[in-house]
Design a protein around this ligand. Structure first.
Ligand SMILES: [Zn+2]
Length: 90
């Protein structure tokens, strides 16, 4: 378990709140703003960095995924994903 407590900025009321999250598995988090109660979706995928370790024998092993999180992580409204062009052809 990799727990951390970054700060998130609510997309609705723009206030910042800290929340303990586990950085494991799915990088998409569903949070709730403690101020206005808005559901906040956070995609941590852009902050992922896979650490590749090079062994002594030259083989590179697949390292663990690390997160480089900014001081304030922006959130977005759930279900408000911008539809991709492919999805709009119907
Ligand atoms: Zn809020």
């Amino acid at each position: 378990m990799k727990k951390t407590r970054p700060s998130f900025e609510c997309w609705k009321c723009k206030r910042t709140f800290g929340q303990v999250v586990e950085l494991e598995g799915d990088p998409v988090l569903s949070l709730e703003c403690p101020y206005c109660g808005a559901a906040c979706k956070v995609d941590l995928a852009p902050y992922q960095q896979r650490v590749v370790e090079v062994m002594k024998d030259g083989a590179s092993g697949l390292g663990e995924i690390r997160y480089e999180l900014p001081d304030r992580i922006p959130t977005s409204e759930p279900g408000d994903e911008a539809p991709t062009q492919e999805c709009r052809t119907r």
